[in-house]
Design a protein around this ligand. Sequence first.
Ligand SMILES: Cc1ncc(COP(=O)(O)O)c(C=O)c1O
Length: 412
Amino acid sequence: MTVFERYESNVRGYSRTWPVVFDKALNAKQWDVDGNEYIDFFSGAGVLNFGHNNPKLRKAMIDYLEAEGVTHSLDMHSRSKEQFIERFVNTILKPRKMDYKLQFTGPTGTNVVEAALKLARKVTGRRDVVAFTDGFHGMTLGALACTGNQKFHQAAGVDLNNVIRVPFDGYLGEGVDTLEPLRRALEDTSSGINPPAAFILETIQAEGGINLATKEWLQAVAKLAKDYGSLLIVDDIQAAVGRTGYYFSFENLGIEPDLICLAKGIGGYGIPMGVLLIKPELDQWEPGEHTGTFRGQNLSFVAGTAALDYFENDEFLSEVRRKGEFTEERLVKIVEAAKVDIELRGTGMIHGLDMGTGEKAAAVVAKAFEQNLIIPTCGPSGRVVKVMPPLTIEDELLIEGLDRLEKVIISL
Ligand SMILES: Cc1ncc(COP(=O)(O)O)c(C=O)c1O
């Protein structure tokens, strides 16, 4: 029995899918303790956009540590925080004509979502929040209530309240306006549905199975929110920081969220940081009203600032778009050549192969692992194979990973 089986909680998950002990990693390669080499098509669920152990980001952190830079400072001012804020505002917000304040929350995504929900409820004085089928927003109670997955709900052990669940775009089939029942109910003051504090959504549902909302649908949600004085929260925790070929997933979609949740990739190196972007007029927190010990880790600020170098011009993002298009072309061919029915969805460097059943998707993942390819599942019953390599993956490795995936899928 391994030390993990004997002493680590039964709750562990990914280690069951890839039952080896990992030791080293560099960009899109990982090695286990026996020296076996793997290609990473997972990126730590959207954390490792700039690859494992990115040397540039590592150097920035080592320099900072060697200069006795402060590592922990709760939410006190620090040089690294100042530099991160300035760089984020100048590199990301200003060029996009976006004006937001930054709230550093606890470092995981769910902490950011909790802050967003709490602030939306405080600002509007309302309780209910609209969340969508197949949405994934985290595991703490407020965020969990907005998450769709039944297994996670059942583990809560308490009631998960104050959420109005609405079908996501496409959930009821092509061309069906999933917002119409809610729109009607909000028009009718006797419908039993009160105007919500907020609408929370992912423009691309990642854990939910790579479901992409259309521009028209997103704009209709934004309009509905506006009509009823509700805030629009975009949970961009998995799809931002370049993943779609744009910094934010909602760029060019004609919506202007009131609150934007960022985490995962924003810390750059794979170390945690959570940020809530707040429209200035909505920043109605009292000082210290929402707190926590680990808000804005200084090492994450340092690595996160260095990672913003990638966004100084369009070079990196256009490379992401190029690699994304290449990936999609290859995946289209793989789907065509497969003997089983597969639906491909995605954009940029986030794609999903809907295998129809969790068993088939699990078989792909297991066989891919035999080929030393780390690739996860997502979606209802885990039926979607998620293709999400680091954005910095070298072309040869991307091709090699896709070759391995093709071999697995053709063999089904
Ligand atoms: C869109 C989205 N929101 C929130 C979360 C929760 O983030 P965390 O697991 O860091 O709490 C995730 C995690 O996968 C996510 O994909």
